[in-house]
Every structure is written in structure tokens, then in C-alpha cells.
Design a protein around this ligand. Structure first.
Ligand code: SPV
Ligand code: MG
Length: 550
């Protein structure tokens, strides 16, 4: 009974077997790794030939069993994982005797390979198109035993074993080829691959004529490639294998590209000719991983984004900020902003967004993306944050371009759960610090929290109650460091809130104003207490202090 071609939902083995039973001619395309296998499937091929020649060539070795069978197995496993169409592996001679062959079948079944083709030569074999004197044939009975062992080893009834007759390749003639084909049929082979090195299809057509329909026949027209495919179709062959053409086309392209880049010493002229990186990522299934991350990572996910508000000039630094913003003032040999970005990276916060404003072209740090607040001169911090609104999508940390911090402060912030978490320094609120005249004079963001810093607060849930500007206000328990962490939900709430602010509010509002508003709206703003570990660079003295801070 003729089987209809199986649907893609059926097993790979069943689909390969169905190709052998189908009335029409099917095609297998060569592949030699996961990528080429994917390319073959995308081109429309319903099955893949795991070519021994191509896999060896891609590994940089000869087609003489120089790659061990387990190395081939590794490659074909990647190919099977990368595709949904069946793979027929070129299993050479079965890599040994009957025992090696049946173990091979077991491992191929385990790794999702649909079938194996074994040729009646001696291990280690030589490619069929090389010296015919180097093509000794296996003893027919011994090879028939190997085919029987392979068939009896399979657990999946549909697993395909193809017996490849090399009698014509080795110059033993048609009679020997037919005799061998018959012996392998009797041993249980699902199909016979009759191989030829002739430029014309005469000998395979003659074989088919004499063979009739005893078993499906498979051919490899590498040498008789000028024969119209309809000739094979009309003769009644079941499968044509295009045996090495992806490997050979890759080779030609790689040689040309390597030569051109070597000669020109530039990528210009090559970039347009090679696959764009986006195509590489598409073939790798990058978008699936992006979706999966959304589905499987914990809500909100780890904080991977830092937003640095660095639009301000920092007039108080005079000449130092004549034509660069405060964030670009050098501290210990590199701009303040670089120190900040390094601190983020060291805590694995790698998606960094910098809001520029004054002298934006001077902000030439690497490894960050930029958004611009071109109205920096007439607007405030929240206007800058609003410029980075697109980045308020998922968990993030917001900080200032003039505040240095140590990694441990960031780590504490990252480890604390909550929609909003702020780092507050308690040293500044201690009586000794209170007594220093500097405190009163200094412009700072004072935080009133639900409890003052003590050993107890290490475990307690301390919440922000208010943000104050007058250092003499009662209830101050510390100074806000400028660091605010938000969860995905927190960032979303802030993004929405920014959308409701009037132009007038955006012109003046600061991040402390935002914190105050969140608290008044009844949102929990958690506090992580720190003792030092940060430096707000406001004065020339701070710039000097910055050098020893590092
Ligand atoms: C292969 O592709 O490795 C084959 C086919 O065995 S051939 O190279 O034609 O022998
Ligand atoms: Mg081969």
C-alpha cells in the first residue's frame, strides 16, 4: 500500500520512512552542522542528509573516519536539535562491526536521528570519489549481518536503515552490485543506496531496471549531475540525495570573503555581501529566547538597566564645566560618568542610559546609550527622567551624573525587594555630623524614614516618610544618596506619573519631589541604610575628594 507523505506532526522516523514508500520522488539536502541543517529545512527540504564528507570537511579532517563516530554523533545531534525534518545520517561503514553498528543505531535513536545509511566497505573507509583502488569492499555476508544487527537493534519500528552498495564504485560490476543489494534486502534493509561515480546515469538506470521494485532505491547524482531530475523520477527512484552542496557553497563564499578582507585590510566592500548579523540572530532563534525570558524569568526580572541623569552643567564648578557637563569632569584620570558607569557594570547592571543636556557632544563615553534633554537649561530632573521614559520599561536604577557610589551600595539596593527602594546615608543625620556647620550650609536631600538607622533596621522594613530640604526639620534620619531603584511595576507607575505632569511641573520638579509624591500617594518606598560609600560632587573640594574616593 502506498503511504501518503506524512504530516509534520508525525515522528521524524515515520516521515523518512514515508518518503521511501511514497509514489513521488523525494529529496534530501546535505547539511553538516546545526546552521546548515536549518538552512536546508528553511529552503523547503523535507529531509536532510548528514553527509560524512561534509561533516568531516567542516571539521577540517578527511573523509576517512578521522572524526570519531561519537564526534559525528555530536554534530548530528546539533543538526537534529536545530530542525524538525528527518535526518538520514551517512553512517559510513557503521564504524566497526555489527556490534558497533547496533550501538550506533541505539545512539541515533536517542538523539532524534531518523535513519542511518551504511556502506559495504571496510573501516576506515575512503570517500567513494577518491582512488578506486582504495575502495575494498566488505565481505557481503559480514555486511548483511551488520544490516540485520542494525535492524534488530532499533526500538522505533520506523527507524530507517539504508544499505549502500559500493560494488559499482569499487569496479565489481552490475552482477555483484545486484547480488549484494539482494543480500542486504534479505537482511532487512529498508532501502538500497546504489552509488555510482560515472558522469552518466547509465549504470544506476540499469541497476534500477534489473532491480525492479524489490526495495526503494536511493541515489546520489553528484557526478551525473547533468541528468534531468525527471529521468530519476520516471525511472522510479525514491530518494535523491544532494550530497555536499551546502558545504561546497559555504566553502566558495568563505574563500572569497577571507581573500577579500586579507587583501583589502578593511570590511568595506564585504559587509554588504555577507549575511547581516540580524539574519544570524534570526536563524539562532534569538526572538524565541526573548519571549521565553518574559515568560519564565521572575516577575520584573533582574535589574539590568541604569539611568544616569547627567544633563546639568554644574555651574558651581566654574571653569571645569565651561564646555563640558559636570558628569564629564575628570576624577582620578577619567570622567565622573565613567566611574559611575563602571560601578554599575561591576554590579552587572549593563544596559546603561545617560540623559545628556549641556554640552552633549562632550559626553563621549563608551558602552552607554544616550537620550537628550535639550531643554536642560529651563527644566529640572524629572524632565530629564521623562526624556528617558522609554527606558522606564522594566526594573531599573536611577541615579545622578554627579554622584559617585561604591559597588556595595548598589548591591544592597539590588538585593532589596520592592517597587521603590532608596539608599539613605545615616551618617549625615548623626548628632556629630549635625553639629558641623557644613551641614546647615550644604544643599542636600534629607530623608525622614520610619526608623532611624540601628542594628535593628538591618532586618526591619524601613520606609521613607518624607523628603526634606531644611536640615533642621525634625524626623531626619539620613541623607538620600541619589540612588533610586524601581521594579518593573514601579517604573511603569513613574512613567505614567511623568505623563500626567504639566510643563510647569516638569520645569522645576526634582527626583525628591517624585519620591515625596509617591509617599503621599501611599506607595511603599523602601529604605536601605548605608554609612558613606557615596560622594555627591558639588564643589571643587568634592572633585578633589573624588580622587581618594576611588
Ligand atoms: C557523503 O556525502 O559523505 C557520501 C556521499 O557518502 S559521497 O561523497 O558521494 O560518497
Ligand atoms: Mg560519506
Amino acid at each position: 500500500m502506498v503511504q501518503p507523505l506524512a504530516k509534520p506532526t508525525t515522528k521524524k522516523t515515520t516521515r523518512l520512512k514515508a518518503m521511501l514508500g511514497a509514489p513521488s520522488l523525494s529529496f534530501l539536502m546535505e547539511a553538516h552542522n546545526g546552521l546548515s541543517a536549518k538552512i536546508a529545512e528553511e529552503a523547503g527540504f523535507e529531509g536532510i542528509w548528514g553527509s560524512g564528507l561534509s561533516i568531516s570537511a567542516a571539521l577540517g579532517v578527511r573523509d576517512n573516519n578521522e572524526a570519531s563516530w561519537t564526534q559525528v554523533l555530536e554534530v548530528v545531534e546539533f543538526m537534529a536539535d536545530a530542525t524538525s525534518v528527518p535526518i538520514l545520517l551517512d553512517g559510513d561503514t557503521g564504524y566497526g562491526n555489527f556490534n558497533s553498528a547496533r550501538r550506533l543505531v541505539m545512539k541515533l535513536e536517542q538523539r532524534g536521528v531518523a535513519g542511518v545509511c551504511m556502506e559495504d566497505k571496510i573501516f576506515p573507509k575512503t570517500n567513494s570519489f577518491l582512488r578506486s583502488t582504495a575502495q575494498p569492499l566488505a565481505d557481503m555476508e559480514e555486511f548483511a549481518g551488520k544490516i540485520r544487527a542494525a535492524k534488530e537493534a532499533q526500538r522505533d519500528d520506523a527507524f530507517v536503515v539504508v544499505a549502500r552498495v559500493e560494488a559499482l564504485i569499487a569496479g565489481h560490476g552490475m552482477v555483484e552490485a545486484l547480488k549484494r543489494g539482494e543480500a542486504y534486502r534479505k537482511a532487512g534493509a529498508d532501502a538500497v543506496l546504489i552509488h555510482s561515480r560515472e558522469r552518466h546515469p547509465d549504470e544506476i538506470l540499469q541497476f534500477k531496471k534489473e532491480w525492479g521494485d524489490r526495495l526503494p532505491l536511493v541515489i546520489v547524482p553528484t557526478k551525473y549531475y547533468t541528468t534531468p531530475t525527471d529521468v530519476f523520477r520516471e525511472a522510479g527512484f525514491k530518494i535523491v540525495i544532494w550530497a555536499n552542496h551546502l558545504m561546497r557553497s559555504a566553502l566558495t563564499a568563505m574563500q572569497a570573503t577571507a581573500k577579500q578582507i586579507f587583501t583589502a585590510q578593511t570590511l568595506i566592500g564585504v559587509e554588504e555581501k555577507v549575511a547581516p548579523l540580524a539574519e544570524v540572530f534570526r536563524l539562532q532563534g534569538e526572538s524565541e529566547l526573548e519571549q521565553a525570558e518574559k515568560a519564565y524569568l521572575p516577575k520584573g526580572g533582574p535589574v539590568a538597566r541604569g539611568i544616569v541623569l547627567a544633563a546639568g552643567r554644574g555651574d558651581e564648578l566654574g571653569e571645569l564645566t565651561r564646555d563640558r557637563p559636570k558628569a564629564m569632569v575628570p576624577i582620578a584620570g577619567k570622567p565622573l560618568l565613567e566611574h559611575i558607569l563602571d560601578a554599575y557594570r561591576s554590579a552587572n547592571v549593563r544596559e546603561l542610559v545617560v540623559v545628556r543636556g549641556f554640552a552633549k557632544s562632550a559626553v563621549d563615553v563608551q558602552g552607554a546609550s544616550f537620550v537628550d534633554n535639550d531643554n536642560y537649561a529651563s527644566t529640572g530632573e524629572l524632565a530629564s527622567l521623562a526624556c528617558a521614559k522609554a527606558s522606564l520599561d522594566g526594573p531599573c536604577i536611577v541615579s545622578y551624573g554627579d554622584v559617585l557610589f561604591k559597588r556595595y551600595v548598589l548591591d544592597e539596593l539590588l538585593e532589596t525587594e520592592g517597587d521603590f527602594v532608596v539608599a539613605v546615608d545615616s551618617i549625615a543625620a548623626e548628632p556629630a555630623a549635625d553639629a558641623t556647620p557644613a551641614k546647615a550650609a550644604r544643599k542636600a536631600d534629607w530623608a525622614a524614614c520610619s526608623e532611624p538607622h540601628s542594628r535593628k533596621t538591618l532586618l526591619a522594613n524601613v520606609l521613607l516618610k518624607d523628603m526634606l530640604t531644611d536640615p533642621t526639620s525634625p524626623g531626619i534620619t539620613g541623607e538620600w544618596t541619589g540612588l533610586l531603584k524601581m521594579s518593573g511595576n514601579g517604573a511603569k507607575a513613574v512613567r505614567e506619573l511623568l505623563g500626567t505632569l504639566s510643563e510647569k511641573e516638569l520645569a522645576t520638579a526634582s527626583v525628591p519631589d517624585l519620591l515625596r509624591r509617591l509617599v503621599r500617594e501611599g506607595r511603599e518606598v523602601k529604605v536601605v541604610y548605608t554609612r558613606g560609600g557615596w560622594l555627591d560632587v558639588d564643589t571643587l573640594g568634592d572633585v578633589l575628594r573624588g580622587s581618594s574616593f576611588q
